[in-house]
Design a protein around this ligand. Sequence first.
Ligand SMILES: Cc1cc2nc3c(=O)[nH]c(=O)nc-3n(C[C@H](O)[C@H](O)[C@H](O)COP(=O)(O)OP(=O)(O)OC[C@H]3O[C@@H](n4cnc5c(N)ncnc54)[C@H](O)[C@@H]3O)c2cc1C
Ligand SMILES: *[C@@H]1O[C@H](CO)[C@@H](O)[C@H](O)[C@H]1NC(C)=O
Ligand SMILES: *[C@@H]1O[C@H](CO)[C@@H](O)[C@H](O)[C@H]1NC(C)=O
Ligand SMILES: *[C@@H]1O[C@H](CO)[C@@H](O)[C@H](O)[C@H]1NC(C)=O
Length: 556
Amino acid sequence: MAISISIWLQYLAFVLFTVFHCNAQTQPQQEPNYLRFVFNASEMPLEDSYDYIIVGGGTAGCPLAATLSTMFRVLVLERGGVGYGRPNLMTQEGFLTTLLDNPHTYDSPVQSFTSEDGVSNARGRVLGGSSAINAGFYSRADEEFFRRSGPWDLKLVNESYEWVESQIVFKPEIKTWQSAVRDGLIESGVGPYNGFSLDHKLGTKIGGSTFDPAGKRHSAADLLTLARASKIRVAIYANVERILLAPETSKSKQSAVGVVYCDQIGIHHYALLREHGEVILSAGAIGTPQLLLLSGIGPGPYLSSRGIRVFHHLPYVGQFLYDNPRNSISFVPSIPLEHSLIQVVGITDSGVYIEAASNLIPFTSPHRSGLIRTPLSPIHLTVATLISKTSGPVSSGFLRLASTDVRVNPIVRFNYFNVTVDVDRCVNGARKMGQIMRSRAFDDFKFRNWFGGREFRIVGPAMPANQMSYVEMAAFCRRTLNTIWHYHGGCVVGRVVHPSLRVIGISSLRVVDGSVFGISPGTNPQATIMMLGRYMGMKMMNERARKYQKTTESAN
Ligand SMILES: Cc1cc2nc3c(=O)[nH]c(=O)nc-3n(C[C@H](O)[C@H](O)[C@H](O)COP(=O)(O)OP(=O)(O)OC[C@H]3O[C@@H](n4cnc5c(N)ncnc54)[C@H](O)[C@@H]3O)c2cc1C
Ligand SMILES: *[C@@H]1O[C@H](CO)[C@@H](O)[C@H](O)[C@H]1NC(C)=O
Ligand SMILES: *[C@@H]1O[C@H](CO)[C@@H](O)[C@H](O)[C@H]1NC(C)=O
Ligand SMILES: *[C@@H]1O[C@H](CO)[C@@H](O)[C@H](O)[C@H]1NC(C)=O
């Protein structure tokens, strides 16, 4: 089954590749104003100093940098390029092409990797990070997330979400497929219907989107528009290789003093901290623990065994790494459907979230061009997909280094379904998908069969006939296991960082990204990761203002 799916995906990739290479049209777009302060790393000075050095211009890094730059001198170091001007990256329709059609080079915007669990996965490598390659669904975190993590200043949390939303979040227009999913969810008992909402509420709702009504992508990179241009530098194609660390002295604890980064032509540059400055790691759940390990911060015996000098023994770096299982059921509908990424979500009370997508693949048959001209008769092939995301999860894995070259992906293992509760939740999700498939809202998508009955034309594994059987449904969960790309952890609060997100035992070093989470926030994480960037930027500025005030007071 796994093989037939991958062949199917290769086919999709091929078709999409052909379509885009034949029909790609360049639309004039307004150049984003942040490009004024984005530089190729090779143009950057060999040595310079900053108040804040942010490693990773991703989902958390961009809002954090924009915020801190209103008062301080900020450097953002991003290993990828800019997405602006690349049609597949910038449009909703380009989502699959971007994911599937990526050359294995060190500068393509998607870095694919396969975990030891055998599931292929993806990391963003472009300004905006994974928010610049994702499916765009936007929804705030659940209350339980805030209760279990933190402590949080909930007023600042709300203000930070609003800051993000005012810039890059839109109300999607739902069409045939997403409407049917909404109706099917309600019919299957996932109520109440909450209409359009960015809040996490039990029941069915339409969430926000970072694609605008014209289908154009917005991402965390757009939040750089709010930066103070005179105070910020963004270096692209800048691979940070190591955090520069100073040992403990009589005057100070061991601390970060800067970073080393390498540009595209292999030249090393030094970015150093000014007094009271900080290095902030926003390189994501894979990149941040990897960089700590490469800098000698992590499990001592492991680092020694890899020939890395131990700077600080911190046993849980790279541990408690999680990925939420995605299970799905797909079919070719009997009526043509529009293309859609996630817009509707069912928030159940049984540990799963139900979402959906429909991929429309238009192509003009070569037989129709040439002599027999039948204009405007493209063939449309649609695949409609219902998705179940297992919340949490509880099962966790870890990463370790595959190489001392930072560009090489670490070896990652998520241990999906290691803990029974994850299987239980997945089974609940699979049963819910079965119920939705049987709903009246889905009747129109069936084909008429030989005997006059109606049935689905399923693509890939079908649901077990006996959906009451836990054993069969659990087997379905394992057979259709995939990722929804919401991996998180690796630098979890309480294990690697303090609640202030400072790295335990080292001063002037923080982590601000999805690697600090022990649980995936809400139905989809990007809202909360962008909020976190803004939130931490505000917190750090307030903290510093208070400290500065204190020292001037005591000096008086
Ligand atoms: C295909 C896909 C679809 C998704 N769909 C959705 C969705 O619809 N809704 C949703 O809410 N979430 C979605 N997600 C998840 C969400 O996008 C991610 O959880 C989130 O973007 C992660 O944010 P982050 O800041 O932790 O890391 P990232 O955004 O990945 O940022 C890390 C950045 O650091 C850079 N970096 C890493 N290492 C280095 C280094 N050594 N030197 C310099 N730079 C470095 C990377 O290039 C990257 O830009 C999706 C993810 C993917 C991959
Ligand atoms: C960045 O600069 C280097 C060195 O001048 C050059 O080789 C490379 O092509 C540049 N990259 C981009 C994307 O401009
Ligand atoms: C934050 O927003 C949520 C959802 O809109 C609301 O329920 C909550 O009361 C707000 N909290 C604060 C402290 O403003
Ligand atoms: C869970 O993971 C542990 C450690 O990798 C392994 O020994 C165990 O067999 C796994 N259990 C299940 C049920 O997968």
